[in-house]
Design a protein around this ligand. Structure first.
Ligand code: SAM
Ligand code: SF4
Length: 332
């Protein structure tokens, strides 16, 4: 079957698949305090999630990252992992990855490792229990740190993702980098993106990563690396810690030319670009008369509409977010 290649010649080899919009935390840049979650019938079933993954794998996708919401709070999510694991064993898939807040990781680290999950990205914005509790609106950092230790113990490769927040963690970032690197984990910094209403003013929290980098350069020797993952990350090596630091800055860095990815929400909407609203309804196709057979033509048609670039903007004059849907719906 032919690969998924868009009109700009970019091949789609990477799928980010959201398992749920629900989460046990309420990070203030991500969700509103009182989130209205989707009715369960709107979510793709575990079987449908597997069918969507199969369709993409048949068209040349080699890497799947499971995300959310919080993927580990979806009941029986291990069924999806085990389904993907069979593709891994058969050589049809190169990598199963996961993005999690790690609150449930202590329980699932072993099964995830056994199923062949390679990389786990853990989102953690502060090591200070009070700041963590404030940012996540109620989270307990001990659960997260226990999850991280359990995952390291079973040999999972972890990367820490930290959203840079002007008033909540910007000053603590060097300490977080030292902590992560000391435990053998890389760390990436993320710029706040204008996705969905959260009841907070993002402009107040936005801090360009260039500003953080300037400060880090006063402390450490940073060397740019040519490495790219086809996404919005750029990496530097820090001489003193001996590990990598990533900068994920979709607003100030245009990475679109090398984009290799698409996203499927937990309701089966295929988004060709994180920064645009155009999408294709895979759930309607799957639940229609032709079932899974309807997926393939819809993938072709949708990839034909993958836009050349995103349209993010954080601007005081705009009160509405650039993209109305929350990151927890699209999958980060
Ligand atoms: N719950 C999991 C977690 O937190 O890792 C997976 C989903 S979460 C939506 C994925 C990533 O998106 C997290 O690293 C989170 O910090 C990031 N994120 C959420 N909303 C964001 C926003 N508005 N701007 C930038 N990053 C955001
Ligand atoms: Fe939940 Fe992740 Fe969003 Fe935080 S960033 S509220 S952990 S989905």
């Amino acid at each position: 079957m032919k690969n998924l290649t868009d009109p700009f010649g970019r091949r789609v080899t990477y799928l980010r698949l959201s398992l749920t919009d629900r989460c046990d935390l309420r990070c203030f840049y991500c969700m509103a305090e009182k989130m209205q979650f989707l009715p369960r019938k709107d979510l793709l079933t575990l079987e449908e999630l597997g069918q969507v993954a199969d369709a993409f794998i048949a068209r040349g996708v080699r890497k799947i990252r499971l995300t959310g919401g919080e993927p580990l709070v979806r009941k029986d999510f291990m069924n999806v992992i085990n389904h993907l694991s069979a593709h891994l064993d058969a050589g049809r898939l190169d990598e199963i990855a996961l993005t999690t807040n790690a609150t449930q990781l202590a329980r699932f680290a072993g099964p995830l490792k056994d199923a062949g999950v390679a990389r786990v990205n853990v989102s953690l914005d502060s090591l200070d229990p009070h700041a963590f509790n404030r940012i996540t609106r109620g989270g307990n950092i001990t659960q997260v740190l226990d999850g991280i230790d359990a995952a390291l113990d079973v040999g999972l490769k972890l990367k820490i993702n930290t959203v840079a927040l002007k008033n909540d963690n910007a000053d603590d970032i060097p300490e977080m980098i030292e902590w992560a690197h000391g435990k053998g984990m890389d760390l990436s910094l993320i710029e706040v993106m204008p996705l969905g209403e959260t009841g907070e003013d993002r402009f107040d929290q936005y801090i360009p990563l260039t500003e953080i980098r300037d400060k880090l350069e006063q402390k450490w020797a940073l060397t740019d690396t040519p490495e790219t993952t086809g996404g919005p990350s750029r990496y530097v090596d820090i001489k003193e810690t001996g590990r990598r630091l990533g900068f994920i800055s979709p607003l100030s860095h245009n990475f679109c030319a090398s984009c290799n990815r698409v996203r499927v929400t937990c309701t089966g909407q295929l988004f060709m670009c994180l920064g645009q609203d155009d999408n294709a309804d895979l759930r309607a196709a799957l639940r229609g008369p032709d079932g899974v057979a309807a997926l393939d033509p819809i993938l072709d048609e949708a990839i034909g509409r993958k836009p050349e670039k995103h349209e993010f903007e954080i601007d005081r004059r705009r009160s509405a977010p650039a993209v109305a849907r929350h990151m927890s719906v699209t999958g980060g």
